[in-house]
Write a protein that binds this ligand. Structure first.
Ligand code: ATP
Ligand code: MG
Length: 196
């Protein structure tokens, strides 16, 4: 049977201990009653959203992604924000290594014929939607997240999946023995983004 196109994105998905810390951080916010929280286990940072990708381009993509160098990164999730599109997010402090990983992946995409739809990279973990009236905590204890890989994810939406789920298609890991790049330095406070 021919595999129908799959809705794919490239991102970072933390393991359970960091998922738990993000969930704990969410409890520090004041949420409007109709906010829609992200489900535990789905917290992630999207690097490149690709949309529907056919089997041929997916194979090309996976081959290309295997060649992308991955250095371990230590991210610090520490900047809670509410965006104009009513999404509540937790952002990492600026990290050159994260931007560099995004850029390295962007470089291999044109050869696969795929066009990511996120020209400006504003790394964030979505905490909740419909959260325009949410109030972030006055102080945020940074969450240290050591990243050793990026992942290609198949987003299976409702009603194809009930509930919607993210399925990891392939993991692209750090080269063993590589040094950890230094922790993130400064965060940006209160920045508003255009709608995604
Ligand atoms: P739902 O759309 O049902 O609320 P979701 O947003 O988690 O679920 P997707 O729409 O498949 O699932 O999105 C997967 C990831 O890609 C999310 O991080 C989402 O914010 C991001 N994303 C989705 N569409 C775009 C887009 N057009 N441009 C940039 N990022 C996108
Ligand atoms: Mg979506």
């Amino acid at each position: 049977m021919i595999q129908p196109p799959r809705r794919l994105f490239i991102g970072l998905i933390p393991e359970r201990p960091i998922q738990l810390q993000i969930q704990r951080h969410c409890r520090e916010w004041a949420w409007p009653t109709d906010a829609r929280p992200e489900r535990f286990g789905r917290y992630h940072i999207t690097l490149h959203f690709l949309g529907d990708v056919g089997l041929g381009p997916e194979h090309l993509l996976r081959r290309a992604l295997r060649k992308v160098a991955v250095e371990p990164l230590e991210l610090e999730l520490c900047v809670p924000e509410v965006w104009r599109n009513n999404v509540a997010v937790l952002r990492p402090a600026n990290h050159d290594g994260l931007q560099a990983l995004y850029d390295r992946i962007a470089l291999v995409l044109p050869a696969t014929g795929l066009q990511p739809s996120q020209p400006q990279f504003k790394p964030h973990v979505t905490l909740a939607r419909n959260a325009g009236q949410a109030t972030p905590p006055a102080a945020t204890k940074p969450i240290r997240w050591r990243v050793n890989e990026f992942v290609l994810v198949w987003s299976v939406l409702f009603p194809q999946a009930k509930p919607a789920r993210y399925e990891i298609v392939e993991r692209f890991g750090a080269t063993p023995g590589q040094a950890l790049s230094p922790p993130a330095t400064n965060g940006q406070q209160g920045e508003q983004l255009p709608l995604l």
